[in-house]
Design a protein around this ligand. Structure first.
Ligand code: PAN
Ligand code: ZN
Length: 196
């Protein structure tokens, strides 16, 4: 059956799509092993399994001609000195790209390739980020409000979370003297995250 074009609205301040099919909520437990300060992580978790980020997806077939799209909302906060962030992933089909449009908030996209390249791009409202094929990506909220982005990527891309759970990202975004800075991840290659 032929698909018909469709529209939906993204209204400030929340930018929750006026229509969506899936609402994914990620809490602290899904980030076990990913934050550098394990003691801060356990202390926070003991106080409650806080909501870190949410994704609103429009359902499309997982086929190469399609574009999967939706809204990602990372809430503000830190675990120790490290800002709230997404799990991050490679696309299972490495040769697939992604476009992000920052709608609200302040943050960063931390990226790296299997070959050892890394990059950090800062996100602010109106800024568009192109993540080329091969680059793993994680969004980080460095501001006091929600970091809200619109994303679109090929339908057949798939998500490889396991590689990042096991090795982490080479770079972390942490607060130093009130500012967000990029630092080396001392545990890169030897993370102890759980699958999930
Ligand atoms: C985004 C991400 C979204 C949540 O849609 O999936 O921001 O991040 P995680 O998937 O790393 O938890 C995307 O990059 N899709 O490919
Ligand atoms: Zn992606």
């Amino acid at each position: 059956m032929l698909d018909l074009p469709y529209t939906f609205e993204l209204n400030p301040p929340g930018f929750v799509p006026s229509h969506y099919d899936n609402h994914i909520r990620r809490t602290l437990t899904s980030m076990r092993g990913q934050y550098l300060d394990a003691a801060a992580y356990e202390a926070m978790l003991a106080a409650g399994d806080e909501l870190l980020y949410e994704v609103y997806e429009l359902a499309r077939p997982h086929e190469s001609g399609e574009l999967l799209h939706g809204i990602s909302i990372v809430h503000p906060g830190k675990v120790g000195d490290e800002y709230y962030m997404t799990k991050g992933h490679f696309h299972t089909v490495l040769e697939t790209a992604e476009v992000y449009v920052c709608l609200s908030g302040q943050g960063a996209m931390v990226m790296e390739t299997p070959e050892g390249d890394w990059a950090v791009e800062w996100l602010a409202p109106g800024r568009v980020l192109y993540v080329p094929p091969r680059w793993a990506h994680r969004s980080v909220n460095t501001g006091p409000d929600d970091l809200i982005t619109l994303f679109a990527y090929p339908g057949h891309a798939g998500h490889d979370y396991g590689t990042i759970e096991q090795q982490g990202f080479r770079k972390l975004i942490v607060e130093r003297d009130g500012a967000a800075v990029v630092v080396d991840n001392p545990r890169w290659g030897k993370m102890e995250g759980e699958k999930g």
